[in-house]
Design a protein around this ligand. Structure first.
Ligand code: HEC
Length: 176
């Protein structure tokens, strides 16, 4: 082979190898991103074979009877009290007072300036599963919400906090 032919051959080889390497690297970079999306959406580890749609949230109702109001109170004191008060007649802050919210309508306080997204759901009741979805991922459950909180991704934490919210009433909504 002449020198020129050799050069041309080497060039073709190099291009081919670069192409393959780019393909491999691309595969490595892109593949885990595909898996991460549903994992972030649900806060749970999703298996590689799982369908693209986010799995449904485990219902919270069956867990409420054994949930801990005390753990919920402590957790709410740590993470929710920055924006909410919980006592009867308590003041609205960054977020609305939450006394009596369970069983009430979305946007349950007349004297709080809710987002349009929350106000638009006013004819919907804050039942246990609505609270479960909202506390899991506020922005996904109520698009446009002004509650700047990522969510509680542990089922037990949501059960405890919802059991605590339920207790904030003279006549708590019956357990399911
Ligand atoms: C960074 C501030 C902030 C934190 C932290 C926060 N919230 Fe909120 N929350 C808000 C705001 C603001 C709203 C009103 C949302 C809207 O209008 O869209 C709200 C609304 C709500 C509502 C609906 C009230 C209604 O009247 O419809 C519930 C229930 C609620 N929050 C529970 C919680 C719980 C439980 C926690 C802790 C796990 C928490 N929030 C943490 C700011 C916060």
């Amino acid at each position: 082979m002449s020198l020129e032919t050799n050069k041309a051959f080497a060039a073709v080889l190099t291009a081919g190898i670069s192409f393959m390497v780019a393909g491999l690297v691309g595969g490595i970079v892109v593949h885990p991103q595909r898996l991460e999306k549903p994992a972030i959406a649900t806060g749970e580890v999703v298996e590689a074979a799982a369908p693209a749609a986010a799995p449904a949230l485990e219902p919270i109702a069956p867990l409420l009877a054994s949930a801990s109001v005390e753990d919920g109170r402590a957790l709410a004191g740590r993470v929710c009290a920055a924006c909410h008060s919980f006592n009867e007649g308590g003041r609205n802050a960054v977020g609305p007072n939450l006394y009596g919210v369970v069983g009430g309508p979305h946007a349950h306080r007349e004297d709080f300036n809710y987002s349009a997204g929350m106000k638009g759901l006013h004819d919907k009741t804050w039942d246990y599963e609505a609270l479960n979805a909202f506390l899991n991922k506020p922005a996904a459950a109520v698009p446009g919400t002004r509650m700047a909180f990522a969510g509680l991704n542990q089922t037990k934490q949501r059960a405890d906090v919802i059991a605590y919210l339920r207790s904030l009433s003279a006549n708590p909504v019956p357990l399911p």
